[in-house]
Design a protein around this ligand. Structure first.
Ligand code: F0G
Length: 488
């Protein structure tokens, strides 16, 4: 099917492809760029953990796109028509219509956010000793599967973890590994196969629709349920349109439907996919639906609100529909592509090709002098905040766990993630980011490692506190001041 869809990537006279915003700013929020001494103090108070910084000390908040995407005028307007009712709210009816239209699934269970969906799905389908094959884990997904006695098995191609690659679909399943896993454990030991769109922890990397179909065919053959984590489905659909030749002229709305059609169950965090709050689990299979249903009032709330305010339900219904608009879903990936290309041109190692969610800087190679057990990605995140006021997120060994002997399970990759919430930042802010990253790269030898002094046992990256293994942060600040003077 041919179509014309407006998009944010525009060819310039000088030959460059630049992202140009197809929206205008109608409401703004003031930002602050604090002096570097204050930023140093703030990160010390935060235990060198960017999660523990307060936004009063942050210039560009690139921690995540979760709950931070800009809302559209239509979303905000829709919140006024919210139907406040404990049961039978018409806001929920409008959400069901949206889910049917965008994901092609008619039964919907509302949940307060993505990990709540993971809780319900894991409690219902994962039993002790069961296996959950997936392209790659996400932190909260793995935690819920582990809690229910299951084991995650990751099935990416071996080259998916190569930082700079021209593989357009690093999120693809290795089908031979999938077949071998099913043969090894037996289909009855497999709780379900989980497909994560825009594979978060390896740099927002997409899978192709062909790969999804191949996984579906294998799952069908063995009678195994397929589950799609659609939290980042818009970005994955965008890269399918750009990189999978047969989809170049297929409307995004159809790509989304075809993606969801490959899976028996689809769940999502609306904090990411629809610029609102909440989440959902949807399916066309009433038996699957009924198995999960009773957990909703137990953990989330009644079936027609699921722990989400009805205003957010309205915004979610509109936000999901806007996922079918190419100008909406292309903005963040195209800003990421621009950033990644600029940093790569400057010789800075970043995950390539560009994916969804954010620009991922390779801390392992930039800080090759920092041992992995001193958390190079955490150190780079802290150092970048100190010298720029930009808050990113560690995605490396701090986000991992310890084994039964108390040793760190070293992460496959050590990344500093700089998230690009949709339609939030401008190109000049992005240029500032690129400039400061170049400066930090040239001064990378000054950065040292970190060690924990407070370490929670579960999901330690959220609340853990660390300190530098030497006085490297002070030295970095000194060098910054000698290069920039009083400039921020
Ligand atoms: N699945 C994926 C792929 C995610 O990226 C997230 C959240 C979740 C599930 C959980 O959803 O936060 O609504 O409970 N990712 C956020 C991030 C936290 O910053 O990457 P949630």
């Amino acid at each position: 099917m041919d179509c014309f869809e407006e998009q944010t990537m525009i060819k310039f006279y000088d030959g460059e492809d630049l992202p140009v915003e197809l929206h205008k700013v109608r409401m703004v929020q003031k930002l602050h760029l604090r002096p570097i001494d204050r930023r140093l103090k703030a990160i010390e108070e935060a235990g060198y953990n960017t999660f523990l910084l307060g936004t009063q000390d942050i210039f560009l908040d690139m921690l995540t796109d979760s709950g931070t995407n800009a809302m559209s005028d239509n979303q905000v307007a829709s919140m006024l028509q919210a139907d406040d009712a404990y049961a039978g709210s018409q806001s929920f009816v409008r959400l069901i219509e949206s889910v049917k239209e965008v994901f092609g699934k008619k039964h919907l269970l509302p949940v307060h956010q993505g990990r709540a969906a993971e809780n319900v799905i894991a409690q219902t389908f994962v039993r002790p000793g069961m296996i959950v094959p997936m392209n790659y884990h996400f932190t909260t997904t793995k935690a819920h599967i582990d809690l229910n006695g299951g084991t995650v098995v990751e099935l990416l191609h071996d080259d998916a973890l190569i930082i700079k690659s021209d593989n357009p679909f690093k999120g693809n399943f290795d089908l031979n590994k999938l077949l071998a896993t099913i043969e090894k454990y037996g289909a009855d030991k497999i709780a379900f196969i989980r497909l994560e769109a825009s594979t978060n922890l390896i740099g927002g990397q997409p899978f192709s629709l062909k790969n999804m179909r191949d996984v579906q065919a294998i799952a069908k053959k063995y009678g195994i349920m397929t589950v799609l984590d659609a939290s980042l489905i818009g970005e994955n659909a965008y890269w399918i349109k750009r990189r999978e030749p047969e989809y170049l002229n297929v409307p995004v709305a159809q790509i989304l439907l075809e993606m969801c059609d490959t899976c028996d169950l689809v769940y999502f965090s609306s904090r990411k996919v629809s610029s609102s709050r909440g989440g959902g689990i949807c399916t066309n299979d009433i038996e699957i639906f009924n198995k999960m249903k009773e957990l909703i009032p137990l953990y989330e709330g009644f079936f027609t609100y699921g722990g989400i305010s009805v205003r957010e339900i309205e915004a979610m219904a509109i936000g999901l529909r806007e996922t079918t608009d190419l100008t909406v879903i292309s903005q963040s990936p195209e800003f990421i592509r621009y950033t990644v290309e600029q940093l790569d041109n400057a010789g800075i190692p970043v995950v390539m090709p560009a994916g969804g969610l954010g620009c991922h800087v390779d801390a392992k190679s930039i800080l090759s002098h920092v041992p992995q057990k001193e958390y190079p990605a955490g150190a780079l995140a802290a150092a970048f905040y100190i010298i720029s006021g930009i808050r990113g997120m560690e995605r490396g060994t701090i986000s991992s766990v310890r084994d039964e002997n108390g040793n760190d399970v070293l992460a496959d990759v050590e990344l500093l993630r700089l998230a690009f919430p949709r339609r939030v930042f401008t190109l000049s802010q992005v240029k500032f980011l690129i400039d400061r990253m170049k400066w930090l790269y040239h001064n990378r030898e000054l950065i040292g490692g970190l060690e924990f002094y407070e370490e929670p046992s579960v999901l330690r990256f959220f609340a853990g506190k660390l300190k530098p293994t030497s006085n490297w942060a002070e030295k970095l600040v000194e060098k910054f001041k000698s290069d920039f003077g009083n400039s921020l």
